[in-house]
Design a protein around this ligand. Structure first.
Ligand code: PMT
Length: 395
C-alpha cells in the first residue's frame, strides 16, 4: 500500500530518536521512498549515517549549504510527513507557525498529511501549554500518535514514551488509505473459540486472529465502521473499531446475531469450533489411571444461520482446508448461501493459521475465481475489500 509513496521522516532530539531507524526501515520494506530530515538536537542522539545507510540517500539537516537550494519546498511535495519523535519544542514551534530550522520550515510548507509523535518527560507532556499546542494543531488537521506510559529516561514511570514504530506505521497506513468504504458497516469475526471441558481445560485451535484483525484494520482505514467479534488472542486489538471479546461459539453466535441486521458486509474469518464437549464438568476432572473418553456435540454453524437469514448483506465466509480446497470451498459457499468464500489452503507453507502471510483464492457465487499470490495478511485483506467493493457497486 505504501509502494511508490514519498514519506518524509523528521527526527528531533529525544531519547527515542533511535527508534526512527526501525520506522525508516519498515517504510522502505513497504516500498516507500523515505527522505529523512534531522534537527541539530537529533544528531546528538543518533548519527545521520544510520539513516543514510537505510535509505541510500543523504540526510537533510539544514536550510542552507546543501546541493538543493530549496529543500523545504522540494520535500513539501511528498505524500506525508511524520515527525518521530516530536519534542515539545518542535510541537510548540509548529503551533506558533515558527520556522527556525529545516524541519519546522518544512512543516510550514507541507500541504499533505502530517503525523506528530510526541515523546518527552511526563512533566513536560502534562504541561498545559504543550496540551494546548497539541489541541491547536489537531484542530488544524495534524494527526497525533500519543506517547505510551512506562519507564522514562529519568528512570521514573509516566506518560511520554515514544509510541512504537509499528503503531506509527499503522497510523500512516490509515491516513494514506483511500476512504472508499466510508459509511459502510462491517461485521468481522476473528480468532478461535474455546469450548470448555471443566474449569481449567478447553479445546480450541491455532487461530491467532491475525487474518481477521487485518481485515478489521483495513476496513477501518478505508473509512468503514467496524464491529470486530473476536475469540481469545494474544495480538494487539485494532484501535478505532468496536471490539467484542468472546470465548465460546455460543457467545460468538450471540454477538454476531445481535449486530447482523445493522451490518452491510459480514466477514466470518473466525475459526469457530465445530464441536464442544457434550457436558461441562463443574469440577476439575481428576486424573485416573484409565482411558478418558470425552463425548463431543456439534456447535451451531453461525455462518449457515446467517446465510439463511440474510437480506441485504454481502456475506463472506472463509474455508480452511487441507485437501480439495476449491471443491470444499464451493460446497460451503452453496450450503451457507454466501456471496463470496475465501479458500484458504492451510497446509501450504506460509499460509493459514498463525502465519504473517497468507495465500488464498476468492470463489464467487457466479462461479468466478481469483487466485491471489502469497502476501502479508493486511494486503490479502485489502484485496478482499477491493472485490467486496466491486460486488457492492455491481449489485
Ligand atoms: O487467525 P489466523 O492465525 O490469522 O488464521 C487465519 C485462519 C486460517 C483462521 C483464516 O484464514 C480462516 O481460514 N478462517 C476460517 C476457519 C474455519 O473455521 O474454517 P471452516 O472451513 O471450518 O469454516 C467455514 C466457515 O464457517 C468460516 O467462515 C467459519 O467462520 C464459519 N463457521 C464454522 C463453524 C461454525 N460452527 N460456525 C461458523 O460460522
Amino acid at each position: 500500500m505504501l509502494n511508490g509513496m514519498k514519506i518524509v521522516v523528521g527526527v528531533t532530539g529525544g531519547i527515542g530518536a533511535y527508534k526512527a531507524a526501525e520506522l525508516v526501515s519498515r517504510l522502505r520494506d513497504e516500498g516507500a521512498t523515505v527522505p529523512v530530515v534531522m534537527t541539530d538536537a537529533a544528531r546528538e542522539f543518533i548519527r545521520p549515517l544510520v539513516f543514510e545507510t537505510l535509505t541510500g540517500q543523504s540526510v537533510f539537516t539544514g536550510l542552507f549549504g546543501g546541493k538543493n537550494p530549496l529543500p523545504h519546498i522540494t520535500l513539501s511535495e511528498s505524500d506525508l510527513l511524520v515527525v518521530y519523535p516530536a519534542t515539545a519544542n518542535v510541537i510548540g514551534q509548529a503551533a506558533c507557525g515558527l520556522g527556525p530550522d529545516l524541519l519546522t520550515t518544512l512543516l510550514l510548507a507541507f500541504k499533505s498529511p502530517v503525523i506528530l509523535c510526541p515523546a518527552m518527560n511526563s512533566r513536560m507532556y502534562e504541561n498545559p501549554v504543550l496540551q494546548e499546542n497539541i489541541k491547536k494543531l489537531e484542530e488544524r488537521g495534524y494527526v497525533f500518535v500519543p506517547p505510551e506510559t512506562g519507564r522514562l529516561a529519568c528512570g521514573k514511570a509516566g506518560t511520554g514514551r515514544l509510541a512504537p514504530a509499528t503503531t506509527v506505521l499503522e497510523t500512516i497506513r490509515g491516513v494514506l488509505a483511500p476512504k472508499d468504504l466510508k459509511g459502510l458497516k462491517f461485521l468481522v469475526t476473528a480468532g478461535p473459540t474455546r469450548e470448555h471441558l471443566d474449569p481449567v481445560r478447553y479445546i480450541t485451535n491455532r487461530s491467532s486472529g491475525k487474518m481477521g484483525y487485518a481485515i478489521a484494520r483495513a476496513a477501518r482505514d478505508r473509512g468503514a465502521r467496524v464491529v470486530l467479534v473476536s475469540g481469545p488472542t494474544s495480538i494487539e486489538k485494532p484501535s478505532g473499531v468496536s471490539f467484542i471479546g468472546i470465548n465460546t461459539a455460543f457467545e460468538m453466535r450471540e454477538a454476531v446475531l445481535s449486530h447482523f441486521d445493522a451490518s452491510q458486509i459480514v466477514i466470518m474469518c473466525a475459526a469457530v469450533s465445530d464441536y464442544r464437549p457434550a457436558s461441562l464438568s463443574k469440577r476439575k476432572i481428576k486424573k485416573e489411571n484409565a482411558e478418558l473418553t470425552v463425548k463431543f456435540t456439534p456447535n451451531p454453524d453461525i455462518l449457515m444461520e446467517l446465510g439463511s437469514h440474510k437480506n441485504q448483506q454481502i456475506l463472506v465466509g472463509f474455508a480452511a482446508e487441507t485437501e480439495n480446497v476449491l471443491d470444499h470451498a464451493r460446497t460451503k459457499l452453496q450450503a451457507k448461501n454466501l456471496d463470496l468464500i475465501v479458500a484458504n489452503d492451510i497446509g501450504r507453507e506460509g499460509a493459514g493459521f498463525e502465519t504473517d502471510t497468507n495465500a488464498v483464492g476468492l470463489v464467487f457465487r457466479d462461479g468466478r475465481f481469483i487466485e491471489l499470490p502469497m502476501m502479508d495478511k493486511l494486503s490479502v485483506a485489502h484485496r478482499l475489500l477491493d472485490v467486496i467493493l466491486d460486488l457492492l457497486q455491481y449489485d
